[in-house]
Design a protein around this ligand. Structure first.
Ligand code: TYD
Length: 215
């Protein structure tokens, strides 16, 4: 059975990952490809339970507990869903993955990056994306989009949406630093533009990878 592909979408709040993941999946489906779209935290039954604790601002969580929760979520996600789907030849698109832990818990919360690297490897069973797309935009634009969404949904901001601007700035810098250090895996695409223009670049990056892999 042909090996599939593992693509992750990353970025700060309001960067448009979820919309772009859906649009990318639709294009690939239309070509008759088998695609799984998933997300973190969540993506499995255990993950959805973890997610509800992880994001709830009413539940007091120490930052170390926050880190362990998201790693537990990943450990389950990789073994239950991601690895089997890729092994079955699917194109798996995950809305967030281990780079979010480096950016949010490392750059954002200040956890030691070397230690985080080890923990990420343990949680992910060393499964790395074939391609990571960081959707990048100024945090003010992203937070503005998120605020509009929160208002529409009549819910309060979650644990991260409620963080100060400086936190989100560090997270953005984290994603850009990851991209600089792993240029073969990570592509940065500006996302404060028309959805279609961003979507075309996202698809272009995936198409280039599929060509390289003869898929
Ligand atoms: P979510 O509602 O999925 O929103 P988004 O559209 O921003 O992905 O919220 C997920 C939140 O969890 C998001 O604020 C980032 C955070 N997060 C971490 O802090 N570390 C992680 O490893 C992951 C996967 C997510």
């Amino acid at each position: 059975m042909a090996q599939g592909l593992f693509v992750t979408l990353e970025g700060v709040e309001g960067s448009g990952k979820t919309t772009q993941a859906a649009a990318l999946a639709e294009k690939l489906h239309a070509q008759g490809r088998r695609v799984t779209v998933t997300h973190e935290p969540g993506g499995t039954r255990a993950g959805e339970a973890i997610r509800s604790i992880f994001l709830d601002p009413a539940i007091s969580l120490d930052v170390a507990a926050e880190l362990m929760l998201v790693l537990a979520d990943r450990a389950q996600h990789v073994r239950e869903k991601l690895r089997p789907a890729v092994a079955a030849g699917e194109i798996v698109i995950s809305d967030r993955y281990s780079d979010s832990t480096t950016a949010y818990q490392g750059y954002g919360r200040g956890f030691d990056l070397r230690l985080l690297g080890d923990l990420n490897r343990l949680a992910s069973d060393t499964m790395m994306p074939d391609l990571t797309i960081v959707l990048d935009l100024p945090i003010e634009t992203g937070l503005e989009r998120t605020r509009a969404r929160v208002k529409g949904a009549i819910r309060g901001p979650d644990r991260f949406e409620g963080e100060v601007a400086e936190f989100h700035r560090r997270v953005r810098e984290g994603f850009l630093a990851i991209a600089r250090s792993e240029p073969d895996r990570v592509v940065v695409i500006k996302s404060d533009r028309e959805l279609e223009a961003v979507g075309a670049e996202v698809y272009g990056a995936v198409e280039a990878l599929m060509k390289r892999r003869c898929l």
